[in-house]
Design a protein around this ligand. Structure first.
Ligand code: TXA
Ligand code: MG
Length: 317
């Protein structure tokens, strides 16, 4: 059931969370599928709805910075600096957890991922419920992330207690995840907050988690439409294919395509990010056999977009 995020419906949603149910809600990045982060059974419902493997931990969403100390055992000074400067916003920090956080939330890890979202609906919901809310993106495991309530309905309708509609997400790509668990801060997932902004505050951040799957969102084949994705660099020559096309600035001059989506005519990466998953959802529904995607500049938000495109294109058939 989709309900507009009025105060009355927010109250209903908060009550569902308090009673151990699941609520899909908007954040500025993507829609999340939330449950009480302190209730292992409620969190289990989120894993079931998404068919998400239990080894993949969830991000815990909070409404105020005071909640950090309730959930985290220790806060690195760098993590504090980032939270002060960039929260609320599309940033997740991974820090040592307290025992109050159930193991199912963190997949047995001794760390917890925390984020204070900026979307007013998300913040009101968490504040009204009065509990931290564990929420992965509201899509089946491995598939395209939702940036509208309709995307959630299409992919998970019937599997969640309530979907709150707060309009399309303004950032459009998941939060940037930084781990403060070693000697230096590490980037676990590029996302909606450009790395440049983070490094301007805490200095160099280690890139690339190597081969270890510390953030399973980093698995190849993630963020995938059902239709195969092929990344193209330069002009696409072959014709006669039933292809859809994801362009950065302008539609391709040559070739006939089943559908074309242009991310940002002015070449603005923020605009491109905000349209990214919606465009992929549309192309995926177009009936094409393949989605051809242009490369994007790998700076600012472009880093996160290329990360998602690469993973989508690595999906095994
Ligand atoms: O923008 C976002 O982050 C959205 C919205 C809803 O907040 N959420 C989101 O959640 O993208 P999800 O579950 O799709 O991705 C969370 C990522 C996963 O790759 C997970 O492995 C990683 O965060 N993660 C969670 N807890 C972690 C931990 N303790 N250590 C390392 N990675 C962790
Ligand atoms: Mg996800």
């Amino acid at each position: 059931m989709i309900l507009t995020a009025t105060d009355e419906n927010l109250r209903k949603a908060a009550d569902i969370l308090i009673r151990g149910g699941t609520v899909a809600f908007p954040t500025e990045t993507v829609y999340g599928l939330g449950a009480s982060a302190l209730d292992a059974e409620a969190v289990a419902r989120v894993f079931e709805a998404k068919e998400r493997p239990r080894f993949d931990p969830l991000i815990v969403h909070i409404a105020s910075k005071e909640s950090i100390t309730a959930l985290a055992e220790k806060i690195d000074p760098g993590a504090s600096l980032l939270a002060d400067a960039l929260w609320p916003g599309p940033l997740t920090i991974v820090v040592p957890k307290r025992r109050i956080v159930p193991d199912i939330v963190t997949a047995g890890l001794c760390t917890v991922a925390l984020r204070m979202p900026a979307h007013p609906v998300a913040r009101k919901l968490i504040a009204m419920a009065g509990i931290p809310v564990a929420a992965p993106s509201a899509n089946p495991f491995g598939f395209l992330s939702p940036t509208t309530a309709r995307h959630v309905e299409k992919q998970l309708g019937g599997r969640v207690d309530l979907i709150l509609d707060g309009g399309p997400c303004s950032v459009g790509v998941e939060s940037t995840i930084i781990a403060f668990t070693g000697n230096v801060p590490r980037l676990l997932r590029p996302g909606g907050l450009p790395l440049e902004d983070i490094e301007a505050i805490i200095g160099p951040v280690e890139r690339g988690g190597g081969e270890t799957v510390e953030a399973p969102g980093q698995l190849s084949g993630h963020y995938s439409p059902r239709t195969p994705v092929v990344i193209i660099d330069g002009v696409y020559g072959a014709a006669g294919e039933n292809a859809a096309y994801l362009a950065f600035r302008s539609a391709p001059e040559k070739g006939t395509f089943r559908m074309v989506e242009v991310l940002s005519p002015t070449g603005n990466l923020r605009e491109a990010a905000a349209r990214f998953f919606s465009a992929l959802h549309k192309l995926d529904e177009s009936g094409a056999d393949v989605i051809l995607a242009e490369t994007l500049p790998e700076e600012g938000l472009g880093r996160a977009l290329m990360d998602r495109l690469r993973r989508a294109s690595q999906k095994s058939p």
